[in-house]
Design a protein around this ligand. Structure first.
Ligand code: SAM
Ligand code: SF4
Length: 325
């Protein structure tokens, strides 16, 4: 499907749960969020039916996210179902890695195309202060297993926090040194809890990396599903990526929509704009579903306005953990 600005929408990010076993400060309040009830959350069969329907209209790529997607039982069953849909070229997952060691082989056997692990620091104290939990060792075991087995592409997502910790950033970047793991640095976005933090800009991270590892050379070929711009470093097997929604707005090439766990199709990260699909999925009315999808996609905003401070009427009220990042 195309939106009203001519952008092709071929990618959906599905939040399969709003629950999480961490409480990252830029994503979720300490006390958590009021969880959706079981009956509100779309079943795996409903999600599969929706993706099969959307694949007829050009959907090709699916990201499974959360909350923490690995806390939803049987996620591997969903992945296998989605992989079986004609026209779907890639099914990937973003996880905080706490349960990755247990789930790695299940995800691989289900056919996952890429696993992204979010990890901001290797310092146990910093990890505790960012995530409010003491799970760094579990995350590191999951990453070690994924690197050792190397059965699918592995990426790391890092949200650098101010004040910038040079050695911690370098430690994270080194995950890309001896294996082809890609490490991506994400600017914290002013959404939900993220509004309380100032983004560490791409430029600052680049300076740290170049000072420690030499020149970052732009990779000409496109990699992945989205806005990450990748660079190579001499002596590194993996790439270094930047997702810089604040300093380098990439809305013109936005190819995605998002689905919350209860079936709301969100068309822009920053705005509430979207449409509730659950009723049409539950009654399985293809005509209504098609029109809801079409209306939602046609109303997709031209872009975000992270630079504007203050409230505007349709600003997103959800936390990032309810959206999926
Ligand atoms: N729980 C999983 C995880 O942490 O990977 C998946 C969901 S999480 C919402 C997806 C991604 O969003 C993570 O990489 C996280 O770092 C990122 N994220 C959360 N809040 C953010 C914010 N305010 N700005 C930028 N990225 C954010
Ligand atoms: Fe949970 Fe992921 Fe949000 Fe952290 S970023 S609180 S792990 S959903």
């Amino acid at each position: 499907m195309k939106d009203s600005f001519g952008r092709t929408i071929d990618y959906i990010r599905i939040s399969i749960t709003d629950r999480c076993n961490l409480r990252c400060v830029y994503c979720m309040p300490e006390e958590g969020v009021e969880s959706m009830s079981h009956s509100e959350i779309l079943t795996f069969d409903e999600l599969t039916a929706l993706c099969r329907f959307m694949a007829k209209y050009g959907l090709e790529k699916i990201k499974i996210t959360g909350g923490e997607p690995l806390v939803r039982k049987g996620v591997e069953t969903l992945i296998a179902q989605l992989k079986g849909i004609e026209g779907i070229r890639s099914v990937t997952i973003t996880t905080n890695g706490v349960l990755l060691e247990q789930y790695y082989h299940k995800l691989v056997n289900a056919g996952i195309d890429c696993i992204t692990v979010s990890l901001d620091t290797l310092n146990p104290k910093t990890f505790q202060s960012i995530t409010r939990r003491n799970e760094l060792d579990a995350v590191l075991r999951g990453i070690a297993l994924a690197q050792q087995e190397n059965l699918v592409k592995l990426k790391l997502n890092t949200v650098p926090m101010a004040p910038i910790q040079e050695q911690e950033l370098c430690q994270i970047a080194r995950f890309a040194q001896h294996t082809d793991t890609d490490v991506r640095f994400i600017e914290v976005m002013p959404i939900g809890m993220g509004c309380q933090f100032e983004a560490v800009g791409e430029q600052q991270v680049r300076e740290v990396l170049e000072r420690n590892f030499g020149k970052l050379t732009l990779c000409p070929e496109a990699r992945g599903n989205g806005p990450s711009v990748y660079y190579s470093l001499e002596g590194f097997q993996g790439k270094i990526g930047f997702i810089s929604a604040v300093s380098h707005k990439f809305c013109d090439s936005c190819n995605r929509v998002r689905l919350t766990a209860d079936g709301y199709l969100k068309t822009c990260l920053q705005y509430d704009t979207g449409v509730m699909l659950r009723p049409y999925l539950r009654e399985w009315d293809e005509e209504k579903l098609f029109h809801a999808l079409q209306d939602g996609i046609l109303a997709k905003p031209k872009g975000h306005h992270f630079e504007l401070q203050g409230e505007f009427t349709d600003r997103e009220h959800r936390k990032m953990s309810q959206i999926g990042g």
